[in-house]
Design a protein around this ligand. Sequence first.
Ligand code: ADP
Ligand code: GN1
Ligand code: MG
Length: 374
Amino acid sequence: MDFDKNIECIISHFPFNGKMTEIKLTGSGLINSTYRVIFSNDVCESKYILQKINTNVFKNPDELMSNIMNVTTYLRNQIALEGGNPQRDTLTFLYTNENTPYYRDDEGNCWRVYKFIDKCYTVDKIDSPVKAYRSGKAFGHFQKLLADYPIDNLFETIKNFHNTPSRFDDLNTAIEQNLAGRKELVADEIDFAMSRLKDASKLTDMIKSGEIPVRVTHNDTKINNVLFDSITNEAFCVIDLDTIMPGLSLYDFGDSIRSSAVTVDETESDLSLVDINMELYENFANGFIEEAGSALTQAELDNLAFSAKLMTLECGVRFLTDFLNGDTYFRIEYPEQNIVRCRNQFRLVEQIENKMDAMNNIVKESYRRVVLEG
Ligand code: ADP
Ligand code: GN1
Ligand code: MG
């Protein structure tokens, strides 16, 4: 079916008012297809996000949307209780006219709608210490808001999402299968990953031994999953809620460093430019610890800096795996992009390794100042 006809059919299943006057692709997410749509009538104009759920990635949209509806309802209450704005500080999803949280079209595509939040912007990397601090606060606060959420209500929307040993298994399978015939091109990257295999199981081992608590976490804390207010520049809303699942606080801290405390974002191909920015790192850590720090255990604090390395390594391994598999998971803009991203992330791993002592000291100092001395 052609896109225009299909889109008319899709929107007819949602309770929009008026006529659709604009539809535009938006954002730089790598998974879903995201459109900003505007509906107008004689009185007003309403903006929404219409999103095609990537069902290659999220195999069970019912479970996915159950998590999202439950979590956003809970967040709205928490936000109201603390005097925030529930319409702006979290996402508001619409039910379809058939009272379901998404619409499945004739081709099997799953569509959902939520309110567009106005007067805000997203960035792919942080460029100022104050914004790094605010991003850290946003993710730390998000974790705090969900601290008492009933964890057993959550479905695991992607199995073993941050299970790094399992990501290495996927890499080994991809090497073996060599589906895209690219194995020879990436021998150095495979060596790089395998030389760090011993790091992969550190956090999963700590989960097994009970040394580290499983919490409700976001699990995809890339900085373009935070909305910044256009006027105040505050980081006020954490979006992209598809991977809210039981996880580790460390996943959310570590995964964000890759975009919140770096010199260039993950698309940069000039490796000489790739580095961790320690001023941004310190500010992000201060913000995160200010919000989430008092709930963190010693084992978590001791591994915050390590988590930045592990999550970056894991992400590089995932890009490498996807490159070997023929680019079936992450959206790409040109054929080599996954290997460019992988090299970028692996260089960042090296830079984090070089700075690990300083990164650990920053966490200690921040915790002492922010939590112990209040
Ligand atoms: P993906 O899963 O592909 O990363 P996201 O849910 O993160 O998709 O959305 C992609 C982009 O769309 C975001 O980075 C942001 O720029 C924009 N966006 C998403 N939701 C909203 C919203 N409610 N209001 C304004 N912009 C939004
Ligand atoms: C994807 O959806 P997006 O673009 O925010 C991915 C993350 C990766 C990230 C790498 C569900 O995030 O895990 O870290 O790309 N999300 C999923 O840029 O796989
Ligand atoms: Mg996103």
